[in-house]
Write a protein that binds this ligand. Structure first.
Ligand SMILES: O=P(O)(O)OC[C@H]1O[C@H](O[C@H]2O[C@H](CO)[C@@H](O)[C@H](O)[C@H]2O)[C@H](O)[C@@H](O)[C@@H]1O
Ligand SMILES: O=c1ccn([C@@H]2O[C@H](COP(=O)(O)OP(=O)(O)O)[C@@H](O)[C@H]2O)c(=O)[nH]1
Length: 464
């Protein structure tokens, strides 16, 4: 039997109900629980350099999912995760080249860790299995597996945007990176512009040829590319949204009838939090009639806190939250609640349900599952309004949201007012359109389409 072997840097906690660090882990766990499979990744623990590889692989089981994890030693973690993946690739792929740094030694460390993943993975993979790799941490994994003799079909799904070639070429190792990427059999993207940017580079810089829709021939290899927007499990989420719990009750009681604007993000510069804070400040300044009648809750979960750019954005936001509250707060009204902590998703869902506005305004985002979760949580008879950045992957499907440019403070302030004052009929109409789009590209569809295309070499690539 041919099994599905999933590989990603971040894996979900195996215990249900624990907060999940980001959309990849949430999405993959939900998808794997349905059908079962093997999932290999980093344990999240870093051990001293004197512990030398190969590091042991630990197995845990949760229902039909077998989770295999491995620690990283400090040197590998620094070069691979903190260095090349999150110090170089993440900013460039999110169109923030100015925040990117590059070091050949870190790139070598990134390749070395991709090799360590390959070494640990090989004993778990039978020749007939298919391997589904996730995200930018493992762009060189297919190359490492092939160098070790693996003949399996190997696919990559990129959860984050893929940059235009001119931007990608800011990375001095762009040619090495792309030569490794074309060792995959199938590469999936969140949106068509991401797929097109990849194909443009292959054609223009590598002499590749686009043969049929999405099929690329390059350097003696044929690989397929497709668009597979990640989704959510709306039935599960709707059930979670209907539950009450102590944090949800505490939030509701504290609002005392005020409207709630809500945002939930990892504390990441790509999420556009300072711009969002400034737009809310402008909204308050321009609309005194809304003072005491609205509160904005920003949940910002600390993330990658040992990377300098993340430390800087955290400091900036603490200052801005204090300043905005200092400017507008009254003894009995705090206009902005800023929380640096995480919640279990089953607690977030009823909070979304009670929020009149979901404010999701990243500068760039591969997809943004919070936007889809917000739509899933709403009561169709009296739904809230999603204000969504046009630069989130989710905006391509949820185009009935109030779409905003996160760099346009005035536009965002106006959208907030429009959302808070939107008539019921328009809210229902917009929500129905978004709900249908969200349901169509479900999490099951994402997994099934990618797995089907990965297993069928001859099948035509996907167009979402
Ligand atoms: O693993 P971390 O460094 O703690 O970061 C968390 C995850 O962040 C990113 O998530 C992305 O995947 C989501 C689901 O497809 C998508 O909606 C979002 O737009 C992406 O940013 C990252 O890509 C993951 O690898 C991280 O695990
Ligand atoms: O306190 C929190 C904050 C976020 N999330 C989940 O983390 C994911 C975030 O995914 P998204 O695609 O929005 O962004 P990412 O963090 O992956 O860039 C969503 O499923 C959220 O529900 C969570 O479980 N607890």
């Amino acid at each position: 039997m041919s099994r599905l072997i999933v590989v990603s840097n971040r894996v979900a906690p195996i215990t249900e109900g624990e907060p999940t660090a980001g959309g990849l882990a949430a999405g993959v766990m939900d998808a794997l629980r349905q059908k079962g499979g093997r999932w290999f990744g980093w344990s999240g623990s870093v051990v001293p350099d004197m512990v030398t590889p190969p590091l042991p692989v630990t197995e845990q089981r949760s229902g039909p999912v077998s989770l295999y994890t491995m620690d990283l030693n400090q040197g590998d973690y620094d070069a691979y995760y903190k260095g090349f993946a999150n110090g170089t690739l993440w900013p460039v792929f999110h169109y923030q080249a100015g925040l990117s740094r590059f070091d050949w030694a870190e790139f070598a460390g990134y390749r070395r860790v991709n090799g360590r993943f390959a070494d640990a993975l090989l004993p778990l993979v039978a020749p007939q299995d298919v391997v589904w790799v996730h995200d930018y941490h493992l762009l060189c994994l297919a190359e490492a597996l092939r160098a070790r003799g693996a003949g399996n079909r190997i696919g990559l799904f990129l959860h984050i945007p893929f940059p235009a070639p001119a931007l990608l070429m800011n990375i001095p190792a762009h040619a090495e990176l792309m030569a490794a990427m074309v060792q995959y059999d199938l590469i999936g993207f969140q949106t068509e512009p991401d797929r097109q940017a990849f194909a443009d580079y292959v054609q223009r810089e590598m002499g590749g040829e686009a043969r049929a829709e999405g099929v690329l021939a390059v350097g003696g290899r044929v690989l397929r590319t497709g668009v597979y927007p990640i989704g959510v499990q709306d039935d599960l989420l709707r059930a979670e949204a209907a539950q009450d719990s102590p944090p949800v009750a505490a939030l509701r009681d504290s609002l005392r009838g005020r409207a709630l604007v809500m945002s939930v993000d990892r504390l990441d510069y790509s999420k556009g939090l300072p711009q969002r804070f400034h737009a809310y400040e402008r909204f308050l300044a321009e609309n005194p009639a809304w003072h005491r009648r609205v509160e904005f809750a920003q949940i910002a979960v600390p993330s990658r806190s040992d990377v300098q750019a993340y430390q800087e954005i955290r400091r900036e936001l603490e200052g801005e939250a204090g300043r905005i509250n200092g400017r507008f707060a009254e003894l009995d009204w705090t206009p902005l609640r800023y929380l640096n902590r995480s919640f279990a998703r089953r607690d977030l869902m009823p909070m979304y349900a009670g929020a009149q506005v979901g404010l999701v305004t990243p500068l760039r985002d591969g997809m943004n599952l919070v936007a889809k979760e917000y739509v899933a949580a709403q009561n169709p008879a009296d739904p809230g309004v999603l204000v969504l950045s046009r630069f989130a992957g989710a905006a391509r499907e949820l185009d009935a949201a109030l779409l905003v440019n996160p760099h346009d403070e005035q536009g965002m302030a106006a959208a907030l007012l429009q959302a808070l004052e939107m008539p019921l009929a328009e809210r229902r109409e917009r929500h129905a359109a978004m709900f249908a789009a969200m349901r169509h590209n479900s999490l099951d569809r994402w997994r099934d389409r990618f797995e089907r295309d990965l297993r069928q070499p001859a099948a035509l690539p996907a167009v979402a």
